[in-house]
Design a protein around this ligand. Structure first.
Ligand code: GTP
Ligand code: MG
Length: 189
């Protein structure tokens, strides 16, 4: 399966009619700066579709993209960015939690992105546990695999696997496109 078209629909900061329709939603979550927006651009092969930045805290809304005219990608703000003001951090955490757990939205799949070089953080593991408890359909991506030293590659992937339990890990690089076919198959199947 391939992505043939992708377009930005709107950015949300709360309830919206678009969340009530029956169009399947594939949601991308993860730490700030882990590469959620870059991954969407890489999968859709549209460089500027989702706004990215080397500075954490770039995405501040729930950005909705229509894919192949029949489902949505939802790009979430990142969590765990220490440098935001207390107020902004609280607001973003509330927005993420509301959308994932309280908005009664059907999420077809939730793609949790961790940093392949750093491995899952405490925040990643906490959100994973919460998603598991809600029986969400979870896909785990280890993005920035291009940054892992080749000599440590397998060891690092094993370490990530050990900390996340039974989920399959999809190594990926938004920079090189590594892993795109396998990940797309998993997301779109
Ligand atoms: P927030 O919106 O702030 O939560 O960040 P984000 O998770 O959407 O990250 P974003 O896509 O904006 O990327 C953050 C930085 O990581 C940018 O400088 C990207 O170029 C870089 N980046 C993203 N993916 C990769 C990757 O696979 N490899 C490398 N080396 N860098 C990447
Ligand atoms: Mg982003």
């Amino acid at each position: 399966m391939q992505i043939k078209s992708a377009k930005f629909v709107k950015g949300l900061v709360g309830p919206d009619k678009i969340l009530e329709n029956n169009i399947p939603k594939i949601v991308f979550i993860g730490r700030s700066n882990v590469g959620k927006s870059s991954l969407i651009n890489s999968l859709t092969r549209q460089k500027g579709l989702a706004k990215t930045s080397s500075l954490p805290g770039r995405t501040q809304e729930l950005n909705v993209f229509l894919i192949n005219d029949n489902f949505y990608f939802v790009d979430l703000p990142g969590y765990g960015f220490a440098k935001l003001s207390k107020k902004d951090k609280k607001w973003l955490h509330e927005l993420i939690n509301w959308y994932l757990f309280d908005s009664y939205n059907e999420h077809q799949k939730i793609v949790l992105i961790v940093d392949a070089e750093i491995g899952p953080t405490k925040d990643d593991l906490e959100i994973l546990k919460a998603l598991e408890e809600c029986k969400k359909n979870i896909i785990i991506v280890a993005n920035k695999e291009d940054k892992i030293k080749k000599s440590l590659y397998q060891k690092q992937l094993n370490k990530i696997q050990d900390s996340i339990g039974d989920h399959k890990i999809f190594p990926f690089s938004s920079k090189t496109g590594f892993g795109a076919d396998k990940l797309l198959r998993e997301i779109l199947e």
